[in-house]
Design a protein around this ligand. Structure first.
Ligand code: HEC
Ligand code: HEC
Length: 377
């Protein structure tokens, strides 16, 4: 190496070391601001009645008997969710990709991991996780407790591949022993306790206060004509065959479909997990709640706007042997012999109405609720 190059190298290297010291220093000064009396995370959330596609349909509450949510447990989960010590280089937290103002999803197609590389899929929003019976776009986690440490270990997302190191790291952070004691009765920090607290926090994040919810009990008298038309188009187009139930995410706790995005799917989705070729391109039916805030859309974030998603269903569904029968002209139980994709033939004004309806599903109380907000701010 030439001397000038060597000097340049040393200069850049020392800048990097300095930068990381500064980062650790500012991190040490970050202390969560928590209310003297913890927020109420266990208050019963009443699910408004009057949902035309059924409220019962999403299964019950997946809380396991050994991890019932408490206010102290969820309060700890909140701190963990927002804490950057969670990533290998203290650069990101869960909330870097799951942002409250976007209903805890990210506003980019793929998110940035701890070292700047991109996630393989679009970040899912986090709310009403209590109804799910499978997690992630491909269902690879069966419980929220199991799910919650996966992003921490993930080599793209947070990079903490050795869970023991996480416990050691958290022990050295001033505020954690007391928070663990309040939540679990002793100061001991383990990966299981971290997972449990995160799951408690996420299970408390319930979102049932949109214009749609408020309207259900009064025959949607609060809706504009356009929104009412859109709701009708939603049913006529059979969107609720998949996006039904209290969470508008399917009727079986978790529902699945190939929506004809590609004739030959690049990402195999559920098929890659189960090994069944007929499940290639099959993904979990996402909730349509807060859909106005959670774009870009689809598992790979390919559509920037709801208009593009509506155009897809209107006349963009690709034929393939794996295309879900509910998106064929035959439909469900009508004529299963056809695999021809639906063509909704909605005109511009009908598409606008459908979108107006989708926008009634936003719950602004949820996205501004202080008990889910960043305690480090
Ligand atoms: C670098 C960005 C990133 C970080 C950091 C991150 N996530 Fe995620 N999260 C994602 C992506 C992307 C997905 C969808 C991945 C998939 O389905 O394959 C996801 C999915 C999820 C889901 C599944 C939701 C559902 O409906 O199935 C939950 C829950 C979740 N993350 C919680 C967390 C928690 C808790 C943390 C912190 C410990 C975290 N995430 C950190 C990007 C991130
Ligand atoms: C056969 C089941 C099915 C039907 C019918 C269906 N969807 Fe979907 N929908 C899905 C699945 C599965 C996805 C995720 C697909 C993916 O990313 O590969 C999805 C994704 C979406 C998304 C994006 C969600 C997100 O978070 O990225 C919107 C918006 C949407 N659908 C609206 C509709 C509307 C409006 C209709 C009716 C015109 C409809 N869907 C009909 C199954 C369905």
């Amino acid at each position: 190496m030439k001397r000038s190059k060597l000097l340049a190298f040393i200069f850049v290297a020392s800048l990097l070391v300095l930068a990381s010291c500064l980062k650790n220093d500012t991190l040490a000064k970050r202390v969560p601001q928590l209310p003297a009396v913890p927020y109420d995370y266990t208050a019963k959330v009443i699910i408004p009645q009057g949902n035309p596609w059924g409220n019962g349909g999403n299964g019950g509450d997946n809380t396991p008997p050994d991890n019932v949510t408490t206010n102290a447990g969820a309060a700890l989960g909140r701190v963990l969710f927002y804490d950057r010590v969670f990533s290998l280089n203290n650069s990101i937290s869960c909330s870097s990709c799951h942002k409250q103002q976007f209903a805890f999803s990210d506003n980019v197609d793929l998110s940035n991991g701890f070292d700047g590389s991109k996630t393989l899929r679009n970040a899912l929003p986090v709310f009403n996780q209590h109804v799910n019976s499978a997690f992630f776009w491909d269902g690879r986690a069966a419980t929220l407790e199991q799910q919650s440490l996966m992003p921490v270990k993930n080599h793209i997302e947070m990079g903490m591949e050795k869970m023991d190191n996480l416990a050691i790291k958290l022990k050295s952070v001033s505020y954690y022993p007391a928070l663990f004691k309040a939540a679990f009765g002793s100061e001991e920090i383990t990966a299981v306790r971290v997972a449990d607290a995160l799951a408690q926090f996420m299970r408390s994040m319930r979102s049932f206060n949109s214009k749609f919810d408020q309207g259900g009990t009064m025959a949607f008298a609060n809706f504009t004509d356009k929104e009412k038309d859109g709701m009708q188009i939603f049913t006529q187009s059979r969107c609720n065959n998949c996006h039904g139930g209290q969470n508008l995410s399917g009727n079986f706790g978790s529902d699945w479909a190939n929506t004809g995005l590609d004739a030959s799917p690049v990402d195999k989705g559920k098929g890659a997990i189960t090994g069944f070729p007929q499940q290639n391109g099959v993904f979990r039916v996402p909730s349509l709640r807060n859909i106005g805030l959670t774009g870009p859309y689809m598992h790979d974030g390919r559509y920037k706007t709801l208009d593009e998603v509506i155009d897809h269903y209107n006349n963009g569904v690709q034929a393939s042997p794996n295309l879900d029968v509910r998106l064929t002209t035959g439909g469900w139980g009508i004529d299963s012999s056809t695999t021809k994709p639906v063509n909704l033939n909605l005109n511009t004004s009908q598409k606008e109405s459908l979108k107006a309806f989708l926008l009634t599903l936003t719950d602004y109380q949820f996205t501004s609720d202080p008990k889910f907000s960043d305690p480090f701010k």
